[in-house]
Ligand binder design. Structure first.
Ligand code: AKG
Ligand code: FE2
Length: 796
C-alpha cells in the first residue's frame, strides 16, 4: 500500500528519520469522517509516491493500544487529526488543507516546497505565472538583506494562499528599467486576472507587505452575495485595511470599470460591489438607505470611521477616494440638519456640528442629550431653558441640547447611558458628567463649582483618550463559514472541524429574513431607550425572565471591578404559568413591555426568536451528523428546550482591562449552542490559547455561532467551548444572542466514544438545568433576589 500503517512510537520515529516529509493521519475506525478520508488519502499517496522532493503519507489507528503514546504526543482531540512532520515530531504542524485527493495533493506539494523560490529564466517565470493562482514575484538583489528577510517572513506567513518567487537579475522582470534599478521590486500576478499586475511601493516591513499581499490577492472587485466569493469577502471584512463598498440597483459596466480602477490605484483597498437586491443585510448593517443612484461607502476600520456618498455617479469614485486619502471627507454620521434659527436660550446641536461646537469653541458647554419621548426630559425642558436664560449674558458658556435619538454622538468621550444625560465640557475639553438633582439651583451651583475647578488644575486628560480600539491590535481569527445552502453532509463536515478547532463559526444562508433582523434590532433599540422606570417595570422575575439593568451581570467576577457595561432582557420559551412545567426553575411566562408603549415589540421579538430556534434545531442535526452519531441523536434532549433570546445593549463606555471594566467579561457559554446576531460595531473577542484575544468581527449577512459547555462536556472536551468577551472601544452596541439549551433535566455526560479506555471523564455528569443555575448564581447580581420571591432553587 502507498499509505504506511504506523504501529507504535518507535516505528513512527524510524519513519520520521527515513522520510523527510511525512504526513500522518491519526484516525479511529468508528469515525465517519475518517472513513470518508481513507480512499482519498490512499489515492493522494499513490499520486505522490514518486514526488521529488519526497512526500510520504502514513496513518495511525489511534484506538490501538500500541498507538496510545502517539495520541498523547500529538495531543489528539478529535478524528481525524493530521500532522505534518519534517524530521522532528516535536515540531509537527497541523494539516489545514482540504480532504479530497486533488486538494490533499496540491496542499502537501505546497508544504514540501520552500515558502519562496528563486527563478532564473524567462521560461521559469512564464511557468510560475501559468501555475500560480496568486503569485508574488520579486526582484531582490541579495538574499541576506533585511528586505529579503521581510520577503521570506511574509512568504512563510501567506504560503497557503500565495506563491512567492524572486529573481536576482532585475532585467528578468523589468527589462526596460528606467530609474532606480537596484532597490527591491515586488509585483503580484493573479491567474484569474491576467494582465493585472500590482506593484508594491510601500515600505518593506512584514506588516505592511503582508497587508498589501493579503488584500491585493483578492479579486480587484468582490461581489457581495456571490457564494463563491464568501471566503474573499470574509477576508476583506476582517482586514484592518479600508474597504470601499459600492451599492447599486443594477450592475453597470461603467461602475465596474471605475471600481477596478480604484482597486488598482489603491494599494490597501478592498473593493466590494453590492447589488441592492442581493445585499439587504449589508444595507441594514451599515444603515445605508437604498437609493436609485450609486451609493459609495468607505469604511476605515483603523479610524473606526465611515464615509458616505449617496446619489453618486460611477465617475465620482476616483474623486471620492482622493478626498478620503487627503482626509477631506466628512465622517458619515446620523445627523439632523442644524436649525435655521438657533437663537433660543438653549443652543440646538446636531451630530454634524457637535464636535466643533462642544470641543472647538473655546467655551464651556453644558449639554443635555435627550430623547423626545422621555418623560424626565420633558420635565427638565423648562428648567433647562431657564438655566440657558440665566447664563445668556455670559460669553464663556453655552447651554445646549441634542436629540440623541436622531443624532449620533460623534465622540467616544461622551456617552448617553440613559435620558436625559447631562455633561459639562470645559473650555479645555474635559468632560465632567452631571449626576445631581435636576433643579435649577443645583444645576447652577454645579456649573459654578465645575468652572472654578476647571480654572485650577484640570489637565485635559479625558479629552486625549486614545482613539484606536485596543481590539484592533490583534489580527482577526480565521473563523470558518458554515453555509446552510450546502448539503447537510458538507455543512456538518465544516461544522465538525470548527467545533474541534475553537467552537466558533459564521453561519450564512441561514434563512432568517434580513427585514426581520432589522426590525428586531429596531425594537430592541426602542426598548433600551425607555426610561429606567419603564424598563424596570419588566425587571427579571424569579424565573430570570425580563430586564436586567446596566452592570447587573458580571460574566468574569474574578477580573471585574464593576458590573459589565450592558443591560439586557431574557425571553425564554413561553411556558404558561398554570402548567406543571412552570414549576421548574427558569420556566414560566415571559414578561413583555406593554403594547401601547412599544407597538409590535412582542410580535417581532417572538418572530425572531421562533426563527432562530428553528435554526438551532437544524444545527443540532448537523452536530449529530458531524459527530457520527446520526442527525437525530440530540433530538431527545431537546423536547422541552430551555432556550433564551437575550437582546443586549452595551453602553458606549470604553472597556478598560487594567481597571477591570468590561462590556462582557471573559466567559464560556453555558448551553448547547449560541446563535449571535450583532450590529456593525465590533467588540467580540475570543481566546483560544489562554493568552491572546482575537477579534471575531461582525460579518454582514452572517450569524456568529459558538458552542457552549454542554457540547464540551458531551464530547469530553474534544469540542471546544471557547472563552470569549466583549471589549468596547467607545461606541454603543446592540446584539442578539440566542442561547439554545437542552431540556432542564437533560443529563449531560461524556459520550462513551470520547472516553479513553480506563480514563475517567474530564467533567462529572450534570444536568443542563443545574449547570445553568450554577452559572446564573455566580454571574447575576439579581438572581434569586427578584422582588417578592424566593430563590428559585426553592421553587422546584
Ligand atoms: O454581544 C456579544 O457579541 C456576545 C455576548 C455574549 O457572549 C453572551 O452574552 O454570552
Ligand atoms: Fe457568550
Amino acid at each position: 500500500a502507498d499509505v504506511i500503517a504506523v504501529s507504535g512510537e518507535a516505528h513512527l520515529q524510524e519513519l520520521v528519520k527515513a522520510h523527510p516529509f511525512l504526513a500522518v493521519e491519526l484516525y479511529a475506525p468508528w469515525c465517519g469522517h475518517c472513513k470518508k478520508l481513507e480512499p482519498e488519502w490512499a489515492k493522494a499517496a499513490a499520486q505522490l509516491k514518486d514526488h521529488d522532493p519526497p512526500i510520504t503519507l502514513a496513518k495511525v489507528d489511534a484506538t490501538e493500544k500500541a498507538n496510545e503514546p502517539l495520541k498523547a504526543l500529538f495531543k489528539v482531540s478529535g478524528f481525524p487529526t493530521i500532522k505534518i512532520i519534517k524530521g522532528d515530531t516535536a515540531k509537527a504542524a497541523p494539516y489545514e488543507g482540504p480532504r479530497d485527493e486533488a486538494g490533499i495533493v496540491a496542499y502537501l506539494k505546497r508544504q514540501v516546497l520552500p515558502a519562496y523560490l528563486q527563478l532564473a529564466s524567462a521560461e521559469e517565470i512564464a511557468a510560475a505565472k501559468a501555475e500560480s493562482e496568486v503569485l508574488v514575484l520579486a526582484y531582490l538583489d541579495s538574499n541576506t538583506s533585511a528586505e529579503f528577510k521581510t520577503f521570506a517572513e511574509v512568504a512563510d506567513q501567506l504560503r497557503n494562499d500565495i506563491d512567492f518567487r524572486f529573481v536576482t537579475d532585475r532585467s528578468l522582470i523589468d527589462p526596460g528599467c528606467a530609474a532606480d534599478c537596484t532597490s527591491p521590486l515586488l509585483t503580484m500576478h493573479k491567474r484569474e486576472e491576467p494582465g493585472e499586475v500590482a506593484t508594491y511601493d510601500g515600505k518593506l516591513t512584514p506588516e505592511l507587505l503582508s497587508g498589501w499581499a493579503a488584500i491585493k490577492s483578492l479579486p480587484l472587485v468582490l461581489k457581495f452575495g456571490s457564494p463563491s466569493g464568501m471566503k474573499h469577502l470574509q477576508k476583506a471584512f476582517s482586514a484592518p485595511s479600508p474597504r470601499l463598498i459600492a451599492v447599486v440597483q443594477e450592475e453597470s459596466g461603467e461602475l465596474l470599470e471605475q471600481l477596478q480602477q480604484a482597486s488598482r490605484a489603491n494599494a490597501e483597498l478592498a473593493v466590494i460591489l453590492a447589488v441592492a437586491k442581493d445585499s439587504q443585510r449589508l444595507l441594514d448593517f451599515y444603515k445605508v438607505p437604498a437609493r436609485p443612484g450609486v451609493t459609495l461607502l468607505l469604511e476605515d476600520p483603523k479610524a473606526a470611521a465611515k464615509y458616505l456618498k449617496a446619489d453618486a455617479k460611477p465617475s465620482d469614485v476616483p474623486e471620492f477616494l482622493r478626498e478620503f486619502q487627503e482626509g477631506a471627507l466628512e465622517r458619515w454620521l446620523k445627523s439632523e440638519e442644524p436649525p435655521a434659527d438657533n437663537s433660543g436660550p438653549v443652543r440646538v446641536l446636531v451630530a454634524k456640528t457637535f464636535e466643533e461646537e462642544v470641543f472647538g469653541g473655546g467655551k464651556d458647554v453644558f449639554v443635555e442629550l435627550y430623547a423626545p419621548w422621555c418623560g424626565h426630559c420633558k420635565k427638565l425642558e423648562p428648567i433647562w431653558d431657564s438655566v440657558g436664560k440665566a447664563l445668556a449674558g455670559d460669553d464663556g458658556i453655552v447651554v445646549a441640547k441634542m436629540d440623541a435619538t436622531q443624532n449620533d454622538i460623534p465622540t467616544p468621550k461622551i456617552t448617553a447611558k440613559g435620558y436625559p444625560t447631562l455633561v459639562f465640557v470645559t473650555a479645555k475639553g474635559d468632560v465632567v458628567p452631571f449626576g445631581g438633582k435636576r433643579e435649577k439651583a443645583d444645576l447652577l451651583s454645579f456649573i459654578a463649582s465645575t468652572r472654578a475647578g476647571a480654572d485650577g488644575n484640570h489637565d485635559g486628560k479625558l479629552a486625549s483618550a486614545p482613539p484606536v480600539a485596543a481590539s484592533q491590535a490583534a489580527t482577526a481569527l480565521a473563523v470558518p463559514v458554515v453555509s446552510l445552502a450546502a448539503s447537510e453532509e458538507e455543512a456538518a463536515a465544516v461544522l465538525h472541524e470548527a467545533c474541534l478547532e475553537h467552537g466558533f463559526f459564521y453561519l450564512c444562508d441561514h434563512g432568517i429574513p434580513e427585514a426581520l433582523i432589522a426590525d428586531t434590532f429596531k425594537q430592541q433599540r426602542a426598548f433600551f431607550q425607555l426610561c429606567i422606570e419603564q424598563k424596570m417595570a419588566v425587571a427579571a422575575d424569579s424565573n430570570y425572565r425580563g430586564y436586567t439593568p446596566m452592570a447587573e451581570e458580571t460574566l468574569d467576577p474574578a477580573r471585574s471591578r464593576r458590573g459589565d457595561t450592558h443591560e439586557g432582557l431574557y425571553f425564554g420559551r413561553e411556558v404558561a404559568a398554570d402548567t406543571q412545567e412552570a414549576q421548574l426553575p427558569l420556566h414560566g411566562p415571559n414578561q413583555w413591555p406593554a403594547e401601547e408603549l412599544l407597538p409590535g415589540y412582542r410580535a417581532t421579538t417572538e418572530a425572531y426568536q421562533a426563527a432562530v430556534a428553528q435554526l438551532g434545531f437544524r444545527l443540532l442535526r448537523l452536530l449529530g451528523i458531524g459527530l457520527g452519531l446520526g442527525a437525530d441523536y440530540f433530538q431527545p434532549f431537546f423536547t422541552h428546550p430551555m432556550y433564551f433570546l437575550r437582546p443586549l445593549h452595551y453602553s458606549a463606555e470604553r472597556s478598560d482591562e487594567a481597571a477591570g471594566l468590561f462590556a462582557a467579561g471573559a466567559h464560556s457559554d453555558y448551553g448547547m449552542l449560541t446563535l449571535l446576531c450583532t450590529d456593525d460595531v465590533p467588540g467580540l473577542q475570543i481566546c483560544t490559547d489562554g493568552a491572546t484575544w482575537r477579534p471575531v468581527p461582525p460579518l454582514p449577512g452572517h450569524l456568529i455561532v459558538n458552542l457552549g459547555d454542554m457540547l464540551c462536556r458531551w464530547t469530553n472536551g474534544k469540542y471546544k467551548s471557547t472563552v470569549h468577551r466583549v471589549i468596547n472601544s467607545g461606541r454603543e452596541r446592540f446584539s442578539l444572542p440566542f442561547f439554545f439549551e437542552p431540556n432542564f433535566d437533560a443529563r449531560v455526560e461524556a459520550l462513551p466514544q470520547f472516553l479513553e479506555a480506563g480514563q475517567p471523564p474530564v467533567f462529572p455528569p450534570t444536568t443542563a438545568g443545574q449547570h445553568l443555575l450554577d452559572k446564573y448564581h455566580s454571574t447575576h447580581a439579581g438572581y434569586g433576589q427578584a422582588a417578592g420571591t424566593e430563590a428559585p432553587a426553592g421553587k422546584a
